[in-house]
Design a protein around this ligand. Structure first.
Ligand SMILES: Cc1cc2nc3c(=O)[nH]c(=O)nc-3n(C[C@H](O)[C@H](O)[C@H](O)COP(=O)(O)O)c2cc1C
Length: 350
């Protein structure tokens, strides 16, 4: 599936702003592959982004969708109360704890009708009928997995390839189900361990993702059996990314640790440590997307105020090494570094 790529590097879908049509097109032009992020968009907005991307590149690109989960029967009022103090700092009210399916059906229609060649999913598996419809269209179906068990389930359901997400990864974990009893939502495999365990159990092309920021990392996961490497954080500071100014500044400072939290959305996600992450993580319930809707006005107001302390600053563990610049030059650098790493490995031949 990614064997035709000039260089098997994929720009991860990054919903909430960072992924733009310009970023996807630039990575594609540089010989990599880009994914548009369908999460949080209306079906119409997704359709517009697909058209915009197609106008910027003749290359192939993919689309990523969030699979809706069940509505958690959890009382989120205490969390909303704690968010109220944050909201007051910015002169806004916390949002209402709505549950929705992220307009999944409408966005699925958009990708199916447009015969998007590669469709990736996170937060679970699409239904059997949806997988069948995409495959009848000639589309490839990728499912994000975070454990060997999820990999087996996705393989049994008919996925064409798996996005194997290590615990290092920035943004939301792709967990099929968020275990409320675990602060991380489930098992926490590092990428290389997970790749090895998944490759031992399923016979599918694998896309490795989580903490990859250097061409040597790309070479390492290819050597470990992956067919492609998917990088998110490495593109967050790209000129074409839609990353907000305070978010870019916090990344550039390189001063913060990363941690996994449910505080912003109700699902475990890795981001830079800030005030909201520090103060609201411990008691944040597993209630997605209710917590996403509660924090939304606060995040918007903080972004407007240029304050990173109440923003969801999603980033992977290696974020201090993510560089700024045009996406094409980031891909070029990764390619040069990967070749140097492959040369270093040549001594194993003797
Ligand atoms: C800002 C941000 C937003 C993300 N949004 C999505 C998304 O919409 N869909 C998805 O499947 N993964 C999303 N991810 C996770 C990536 O697909 C990928 O697993 C992660 O970026 C890999 O780790 P890295 O950031 O260290 O490269 C996001 C990651 C980040 C950093």
């Amino acid at each position: 599936m990614f064997e035709d790529l000039d260089f098997p590097v994929i720009a991860a879908p990054m919903a909430g702003g960072p992924t733009t049509p310009a970023l996807v097109a630039a990575v594609t032009r540089a010989g990599g592959f880009g994914f548009l992020a369908g999460g949080y968009l209306t079906p119409q907005a997704l359709a517009e982004r697909i058209d915009e991307t197609a106008a910027l590149t003749t290359g192939t690109f993919g689309v990523n969708l969030f699979v809706p989960g069940p509505r958690a029967a959890v009382d989120v009022s205490a969390h909303r109360e704690r968010m109220l103090a944050e909201a007051r700092r910015y002169g806004v009210e916390p949002g209402e704890p709505l549950w929705d399916d992220d307009a999944y059906l409408g966005k699925f229609e958009v990708v199916a009708e447009r015969r998007i060649p590669v469709v990736s999913f996170t937060f679970g598996m699409p239904g059997a009928a949806d997988i069948a419809r995409l495959r009848e269209n000639g589309s490839k179906v990728l499912v994000t997995v975070t454990s060997p068990r999820e990999a087996e389930l996705a393989a049994a359901a008919g996925a064409d390839a798996l996005v194997v997400q290590g615990f290092e990864a920035g943004g939301h974990r792709g967990l099929f189900a968020d275990d409320p009893a675990s602060p991380t939502g489930g098992e926490t495999y590092g990428l290389l361990s997970l790749l090895r365990l998944v490759a031992a159990r399923v016979d599918l092309p694998l896309v490795a993702t989580g903490g990859l920021v250097h061409g040597a990392d790309v070479a390492a996961v290819l050597a470990a059996g992956a067919d492609a490497a998917q990088l998110g954080t490495a593109f967050l500071r790209a000129d074409e990314a839609g990353t907000s100014a305070p978010y870019r500044a916090a990344l550039a400072e390189r001063a913060r640790a990363t941690a996994v939290t449910r505080a912003f959305s109700g699902r475990p996600a890795r981001g830079l440590v800030n005030r909201v992450l520090t103060e609201l993580s411990a008691q944040a319930p597993a209630a997605y997307p209710q917590l996403h809707h509660i924090s939304r006005p606060v995040r918007a107001a903080a972004a407007k105020a240029g304050d990173p302390e109440a923003l969801s600053l999603w980033a992977g563990q290696t974020y201090p090494l993510a560089a700024e610049g045009p996406a094409e030059s980031i891909v070029e650098r990764l390619r040069t570094e990967a070749r140097a790493a492959a040369d270093r490995l040549s001594r194993l031949r003797n």
